[in-house]
Design a protein around this ligand. Structure first.
Ligand SMILES: Nc1nc2c(ncn2[C@@H]2O[C@H](COP(=O)(O)OP(=O)(O)OP(=O)(O)O)[C@@H](O)[C@H]2O)c(=O)[nH]1
Ligand SMILES: [Mg+2]
Length: 286
């Protein structure tokens, strides 16, 4: 038995997929970096493209939004100390593909292979969670502000107004039904941009329970057979600059000054913090 586990990385637009890929690619190739999984080869994908992502990551610039035309299959092989292999597939798809799955209930055939992996990494950006908007709260708020109730204008329902957790739960349910159903699976839930969330002094599990209660309850109820665990992940360590907006931040300078770029990375599991970005992948091997 080869012991190879196929892992796929999924997430809505701007959830941090490309940034994770860039940081992972940098770290498994950084001389002297210590990781539980080490680089074993590229089954698919091109070094040039990955090197560009990693270079951009090192320079403290945010990744460009993945475009449909730029969809590239990246399949990386990693191995643990015992020689067991894990094959990580980053379709590095634009998150729009996942949104579309949810909005139109359509599944691109090309995605079936990725979405039937027995182990899934799901990214949720902890900095841009769209909360449910409660009409009652809006009415209370406008009353307190002394605004006439007429100012609460009904808005036509549209998919992009849906709360983050509603989309994510639905995506997970789709992975557990129909053509995508493959039985029990492992799920590493990564709350990205953790540097923005950590000020709240919560563990990733507390954060999940309080900011994404529907997702938390869905996973905890065991309705679908996920064996899951949650991490907070900061793949950048802080804010990066958008070259198109000519941004320049002291925080990014501090990150660039760190001796090893991999010291920017933070992986938070309960109260434990480390910079080994391969840890959640190792957990997925079981
Ligand atoms: N503060 C902070 N922001 C982050 C971190 N990781 C990602 N981000 C931000 O999240 C945004 C989206 O990151 P991407 O990696 O491009 O997300 P994506 O999932 O590839 O997005 P699409 O290609 O549009 O699907 C960018 O503005 C990043 O700067 C982090 O560790 N910290
Ligand atoms: Mg991307």
């Amino acid at each position: 038995m080869s012991g190879e586990v196929h892992v796929s990385i999924v997430g809505l637009p701007s959830s941090g997929k490309t940034t994770l890929l860039a940081a992972l690619w940098h770290m498994v190739r950084e001389p002297g970096a210590s990781t539980v999984l080490s680089f074993d080869g590229l089954s698919n994908g091109n070094y040039e493209h990955l090197n560009q992502l990693a270079k951009r990551w090192r320079s403290g610039r945010i990744q460009q939004r993945t475009q449909v035309s730029g969809a590239r299959d990246v399949v990386m092989r990693l191995k643990d100390a015992a020689g067991r292999q894990i094959e990580v597939s980053f379709p590095d798809l634009p998150g729009e593909e996942f949104s579309r799955m949810w909005e139109r209930r359509e599944l691109d055939n090309g995605m079936v292979g990725t979405l039937t992996a027995p182990a899934i990494v799901l990214l949720v950006n902890g900095d841009t969670i769209r909360m449910p908007a409660w009409i009652v709260e809006q009415v209370t708020l406008s009353t307190k502000l002394g605004l006439p109730p007429a100012d609460v204008v009904p808005v036509e329902w549209s998919a992009d107004l849906a709360p983050t957790q509603v989309r994510v739960v639905d995506l997970l349910q789709m992975l557990m039904s129909g053509d995508l159903y493959v039985g029990e699976r492992r799920l590493a839930l990564l709350i990205s941009a953790w540097d923005k969330a950590e000020g709240e002094q919560m563990t990733p599990a507390d954060f999940l329970e309080s900011k994404l209660p529907l997702l938390y309850q869905y996973l905890r109820s065991g309705r679908d057979l996920w064996t899951w665990h949650v991490w907070g992940i900061s793949a950048q360590g802080g804010v990066y600059e958008d070259p198109e907006k000519h941004e320049s931040f002291a925080e990014t300078d501090r990150l660039r000054e760190l001796e090893r770029p991999s010291d920017r990375i933070k992986i938070v599991d309960g109260d434990t913090v480390c910079s080994d970005i391969t840890k959640p992948l190792k957990w997925l091997i079981g």
